[in-house]
Design a protein around this ligand. Structure first.
Ligand code: 5RP
Length: 250
């Protein structure tokens, strides 16, 4: 009849669905392509950045990278880097960082970020604010229309003294955006940052609008140490998705 029989048709392989962690690893490996021997590197924190740090360790071990100095953005990353034999330093010794690679919780269309759900936003902001190039690595689930748009937390690091008072001031600041503030709790206890502080998570029902104004207003509250909005800091964002890797430059 000319109609091909189904039993002779070429088998079609099912599409390969990558896990979120595999996408994170793809983005991380792509970012490490920017690393050159002799660089001072900001080493990020989180499950995506961990892949980048592992890869840097691997390239050092293989002799493909030489004379790297890493500046970790958390105690956790410090431990990982030590275990990989990556030589470490700090901003006192190396105030200019050539390149930092780190993950993010949200990325907006202007490459502004929310960071710090791993609780390391202060050290991340210090190290990444001192770098010439800041490469952000994310899987596509992190892309949002506006910061806060994921409905998940925007973290603010605050000092523990009278934390409820500070949390209430933060919540009141964003009343129009339907903000609610909650202390970050882990294992039934307040989460304590590497710097001995607490984290207040802010949740928004609406777009907070002017990010620079929001940033300034948060930082004016006594008791606030730093917030997780990283505005205008990322120079490159590498997004790994099911359809491939996209590199966005500022
Ligand atoms: C930690 C961070 C992380 O980079 C951010 O939370 C993303 O984490 P992950 O790569 O695990 O999704 O800012 O403070």
């Amino acid at each position: 009849t000319g109609i091909p029989s189904l039993s002779h048709s070429t088998p079609v392989s099912p599409p390969v669905i990558l896990t979120q962690d595999e996408l994170k690893k793809i983005a991380a490996y792509k970012a490490v392509e920017f690393v050159e021997s002799g660089m001072v590197l900001g080493l990020g924190t989180g499950s995506t950045a961990k892949h980048a740090v592992d890869r840097i360790g691997e390239l050092l071990r293989q002799g493909k990278l030489k004379n790297i100095v890493g500046i970790p953005t958390s105690k956790m990353t410090h431990e990982q880097a030590v275990s990989l034999g990556i030589p470490l330093s700090d901003l006192n010794e190396h105030p200019v960082v050539d390149l930092a690679i780190d993950g993010a919780d949200e990325v907006d269309p202007h490459l502004n970020l929310v960071k710090g759900r791993g609780g390391s936003l202060l050290r991340e902001k210090m190290v990444e604010g001192a770098c010439k190039k800041f490469v952000v690595i994310v899987d596509e689930s992190k892309l949002v229309k506006y910061l806060g748009g994921s409905g998940l937390a925007m973290p603010v690091e605050i000092i523990p003294f009278c934390w409820k008072f500070t949390a209430k001031r933060l919540q009141d600041l964003f009343e129009d955006a339907g903000c609610s503030a909650a202390l970050r709790i882990e294992k039934g206890e307040p989460f304590v940052t590497d710097n001995g502080n607490y984290i207040v998570n802010l949740f928004f029902k609406k777009d907070i609008g002017d990010l620079k104004a929001a940033s300034d207003a948060i930082l004016r509250i006594a008791g606030v140490v730093e917030h997780g909005m990283f505005l205008g800091m990322a120079t490159t964002v590498i997004v790994a998705g099911e359809l491939g890797v996209t590199v966005k430059n500022r």
